[in-house]
Structures are given as structure tokens and as C-alpha cells.
Design a protein around this ligand. Structure first.
Ligand code: F6P
Length: 346
């Protein structure tokens, strides 16, 4: 048999570990693997590379993706993406396709599956907002990077008696903010699921400073928004443009928060936007293992004909989730986790 594999959407530490695992499992059993370059763009353009043991050796610890990625949407502007993709897969003799991606890439995979194309998805996103799996690979690495940054900001915050506003990624969900905030001992954490009131945030900081603390750490998701939109001039860094899946480019809420917190409280404030640093570089050991387990299971499922599925972590086991269910709704932050974080606010 011949499998196809592609990596789509934003890149994420662990993608190469998945590619390596799919290739090793499939070729080890006498099958072949075609890599499509730059996500769905590579399928549409029939841009391929033969993936062998030799071609995928040494890539386990490498960030990014050897296949490249893109946010190409095969159905954009009413295009019949399924027909174009099916034609290329048939020409290339692909028996099953393994798309590695988040909500958008796997949303395309679901649509292809509905149209009869054999697919097995692998859940990837640093945001950890895909349903059907307890965790996506890449999340653990992003949290570690953000936590390391918060630790560093702590010491300089303390030296200068400043409020540090740290913006992390998280478009719809505050998983990175909550985990890194808890791990880094944040004094306030603002997430997309809970629109915030900037005056309440300032009150938390005032209460903290009233007990003798002279500095604070505020962690904010890029997708967090003020409750009524008022009282905070949101300075989006994006130019309002959207990608092929209709997502606005986020980033910049920390700019507005820094200014507003300083204006309202009088505490000197500084902001840091971690941005794509969170997506770069080598995956943690946890993500290497998770990505490897996902890749091996995806190859097994694709070869066994368990199509229309997505590999998933359920507890400690790797399971197969229904692809349609996995992409139906984003997995938002667990309110119980946020309640734990709140114990330490102020
Ligand atoms: O979806 C993952 C993610 O990193 C989001 O957290 C972020 O909003 C987005 O990708 C950024 O995308 P890009 O790299 O295209 O700017």
C-alpha cells in the first residue's frame, strides 16, 4: 500500500516526529509513503517527495516540518477541493492520506472523508483546542517555552517593581495561558473563554500590592477580549486581514493592557508578546513521545482501513476518535482548571 502525508496550518514542535513515525511504521512493513509539500497546497499542485527511512532519519528533535506547511484551503472561493484532491491521490496511487493539522486542516480532512476519500487525521496545535483528544502534540512544548519566559520576566519584574503583561498564543482557547500561568505563578490570567473587565484586573493588582508585593505578572491569551469592549483601546497588531479559513490575525492585546494598567493603577508596566517563539524549536520529550505514538497509530489505522478517524490521547492510551466529532467544536478551557489558577490571583 501507499500512504500520503501532509502537515497543514501553523507549524508546531513534533511535526517531524509524526512524519518519522508514520514513515518508519509503514515502510517497516513494506509499504510506501508519499509526502505532500506545504499542506493542502502540495496536494492541489501535486508537489510530492518520496519519504523513506533515509529521508526521515535525524529529524525527531527538529522543530518545524520537513514537508513545509501552509494555510491553503482547497474549498476557498467555492472550489471543488474534493475532486481536485481525489484526482491527485488517484494519480499518485495513494491508498490513504494522513493529514497532520489542527481545526482547519482536519476540517478539510473531514470534508474529504465525507466525500469518500480515505483519511486518518493526526491532531496538532500548540493551542490544544481540538476536541476528541485529551492533548494535542506541540502544546506541552509551547507551555514550557512560555513558562521559561515567565520565570525570566519574574526576576526583572521584581527588580524594577513592575507589572509584566505576557501575551501568549491561543486563538479560541486559553490552554497555554492557563498552564503557563499556573506553572509560572501568574497573578492574573486572561483567556478568550472569559471576557475580562480591565478595572477588575487592576483591582486584583491593587489588592496584591496592598499586601506589600511590589510587582505582578499578568498572562493574557492573544484571543482574550475585554468584556464590553469599552475602557480598553485594543491595539491589534494584525492588519484586520483574514486567512483562507477566515481567521483574523491576532496579537497585540498586551500592548493595550500595558498602557491601561499603568494609566489606571500608576504601577509601571511592561508587556512582552511571545508570539512565534512558542512554536519554534525542538519539541519537549513529552511531545516527541506523544507525536511518535500518534504517528505509529495513524499509520496502523490508515493501513488497516480505519478511515474517517483521528488518533487521540485518552488518558494514557492512544485511541481512534471520530474525525467529524473531533472537528465539530473547539475544546475550550476546563473551568475547573481556571478555578485552580484563580486561587493564586492577586
Ligand atoms: O493555531 C495555532 C496558532 O499558533 C494560533 O495560536 C495563532 O493565533 C496562529 O496560529 C498564528 O498563525 P500564523 O502563524 O499564521 O500567524
Amino acid at each position: 500500500m501507499r500512504l500520503g502525508i501532509l502537515t497543514g496550518g501553523g507549524d508546531c514542535p513534533g511535526l517531524n516526529a509524526v512524519i518519522r513515525a508514520v514513515v518508519r511504521k509503514a515502510t517497516g512493513e513494506g509499504h510506501a509513503v508519499t509526502g505532500f509539500r506545504y499542506g493542502w497546497a502540495g496536494v492541489l499542485a501535486d508537489d510530492t517527495v518520496e519519504l523513506t527511512h533515509d529521508r526521515t532519519t535525524g529529524i525527531l528533535p527538529r522543530g518545524g516540518t520537513i514537508l513545509g506547511t501552509s494555510r491553503t484551503n482547497p474549498y476557498a472561493d467555492g472550489a471543488d477541493g474534493s475532486a481536485s484532491i481525489r484526482a491527485v491521490l488517484e494519480r499518485r496511487g495513494i491508498d490513504a492520506l494522513v493529514p497532520v493539522g489542527g481545526e482547519d486542516t482536519l476540517g478539510v480532512a473531514r470534508r474529504l472523508s465525507d466525500d469518500g476519500v480515505a483519511v486518518v487525521g493526526v491532531p496538532k496545535t500548540i493551542d490544544n483546542d481540538l476536541a476528541g483528544t485529551d492533548v494535542t502534540f506541540g502544546f506541552h512544548t509551547a507551555v514550557q517555552i512560555a513558562t521559561d519566559a515567565i520565570d525570566r520576566l519574574h526576576t526583572t519584574a521584581e527588580s524594577h517593581n513592575r507589572v509584566m503583561v505576557v501575551e501568549v498564543m491561543g486563538r479560541h482557547a486559553g490552554w497555554i495561558a492557563a498552564y503557563a500561568g499556573i506553572a509560572g505563578g501568574a497573578d492574573a490570567i486572561l483567556v478568550p473563554e472569559r471576557p475580562f473587565d480591565v478595572e477588575e484586573v487592576c483591582d486584583v493588582l491593587r489588592r496584591r500590592h496592598a499586601t506589600g508585593r511590589t510587582f505582578s505578572i499578568v498572562v493574557v491569551s492573544e484571543g482574550a477580549t475585554p468584556r464590553d469592549g469599552a475602557g480598553l483601546a485594543t491595539a491589534a497588531l494584525g492588519d484586520g486581514a483574514t486567512d483562507a479559513f477566515g481567521h483574523a490575525r491576532l496579537g497585540g492585546i498586551a500592548v493595550a493592557l500595558e498602557a491601561e494598567i499603568e494609566r489606571r493603577t500608576g504601577y509601571e508596566s511592561r508587556m512582552t508578546i511571545l508570539g512565534h517563539v512558542q512554536r519554534g524549536g525542538t519539541p519537549t520529550a513529552y511531545d516527541r513521545v506523544l507525536a511518535t505514538r500518534f504517528g505509529v497509530r495513524a499509520a496502523e489505522a490508515a493501513l488497516a482501513g480505519a478511515h474517517g478517524t483521528m488518533v487521540a490521547l485518552r488518558g494514557t492510551e492512544i485511541a481512534l476518535a471520530d474525525l467529524a466529532e473531533a472537528v465539530a467544536e473547539p475544546k475550550l478551557l476546563d473551568p475547573g482548571l481556571y478555578a485552580t489558577a484563580e486561587v493564586f490571583f492577586g
